[in-house]
Design a binder for this molecule. Structure first.
Ligand SMILES: Cc1cc2nc3c(=O)[nH]c(=O)nc-3n(C[C@H](O)[C@H](O)[C@H](O)COP(=O)(O)O)c2cc1C
Length: 186
């Protein structure tokens, strides 16, 4: 059983990666395999709306998407984490989500577990959380709760580690995700 955590920040070693690792560490402690995938330094172009995927069930754009997508399909759970950029998910994360449209008819994520994690400096976190939830809901995935929404605050690299409540929420989310994955896959 493997859970992948996808950090959608273009900044290497930033707050989103740190928070995603914290959730994955908890999942690892529960005995599940984990992998952190950072979208920093990856090339994922946005969907160009050509519509050919409705016939072929494949995206014609050749970049890093297919490799990441294959890991998402292979996993039993997916965490999508993003910093807030202008009140929303990063372009990198939005591109990943929109490219998954290509395979929607196959319902490849049906009944997998998952959930969002959001990092903000000050505002836009609730909208961004909801934006990521649209992905999990339309894909027929199952999302566990936590003690609060999975949001933490920080601006400079590593600052999020000072948000003790945010860290507690994300750790709890990781434990609940592992619990749910084990229940559903036993
Ligand atoms: C282009 C850009 C736009 C941003 N927009 C927002 C915003 O709308 N709201 C907010 O609270 N923080 C905003 N931030 C701050 C980031 O969300 C914050 O620094 C976050 O910790 C970055 O995560 P990272 O270290 O994983 O890259 C923005 C940062 C950048 C670079």
């Amino acid at each position: 059983m493997k859970i992948v955590g996808i950090a959608g920040s273009p900044r290497v070693g930033g707050n989103t990666e740190a928070l995603t690792s914290i959730a994955l560490d908890e999942i690892c402690k529960e005995g599940l395999e984990t992998e952190l995938i950072s979208l920093a330094e990856k090339k994922i172009d946005p969907c160009d709306g050509c519509g050919s995927c409705r016939k072929t069930q494949k995206c014609h754009i050749k970049d890093d998407f297919e490799t990441i997508y294959a890991k998402m399909v292979d996993a039993c759970g997916i965490i999508l984490a993003t910093p807030v950029y202008y009140g929303a998910a990063t372009p990198q994360m939005a591109a990943l989500i929109s490219r998954c449209y290509a395979h929607r008819q196959n319902r490849p994520f049906e009944n997998k577990v998952g959930g969002p994690i959001v990092v903000a400096r000050r505002a836009g976190q609730n909208f961004t959380f909801a934006q990521l939830m649209f992905f999990f809901m339309i894909q027929g995935m199952i999302v566990p709760g936590s003690t609060y929404w999975n949001v933490a605050f920080g601006r400079e690299k590593g600052e999020v580690m000072n948000d003790e409540e945010g860290l507690r929420i994300v750790r709890n989310f990781g434990r609940k995700l592992a619990w749910l994955a084990k229940k559903l896959n036993s």
